[in-house]
Design a protein around this ligand. Structure first.
Ligand code: FES
Length: 107
């Protein structure tokens, strides 16, 4: 599926994300190297670091946040109403056209 990702420098990337590889959005960002190594996915996708935080700009209805995701976002910096943890967003067909912006680095 095509998704749009705005990196931390404000550059828009339209990329192809596979739906058949059980990937999440954080892994997609890493595989396209849209954020420097070591600045995203620090906890390995366990909803424990918020380095993968992103803002959902399109009006896709994403699955509800898990308790772990809610808890992490309640402690993270730069959180907005449309914040999600990229590692908790699984790439599925219904996310075609998704647009997200990476949140700033916390440190
Ligand atoms: Fe750590 Fe998503 S990679 S919360």
């Amino acid at each position: 599926i095509k998704i749009k990702i705005i990196d931390r420098e404000g550059n828009l990337h339209e990329i192809d994300a596979p739906t058949d590889m059980n990937m999440n959005l954080m892994e997609v960002v890493r595989s396209y190297e849209l954020a420097p190594e070591g600045t995203i996915g620090i906890c390995g996708g366990m909803a424990m670091c918020a380095s993968c935080q992103c803002y959902v700009k399109s009006d896709h209805s994403l699955p509800e946040k898990s308790d772990d995701e809610e808890a992490m976002l309640s402690e993270a910096f730069f959180v907005e109403d449309n914040s999600r943890l990229g590692c908790q967003i699984h790439i599925t067909e219904d996310l075609e056209g998704l647009e997200v912006e990476l949140a700033p680095e916390e440190s």
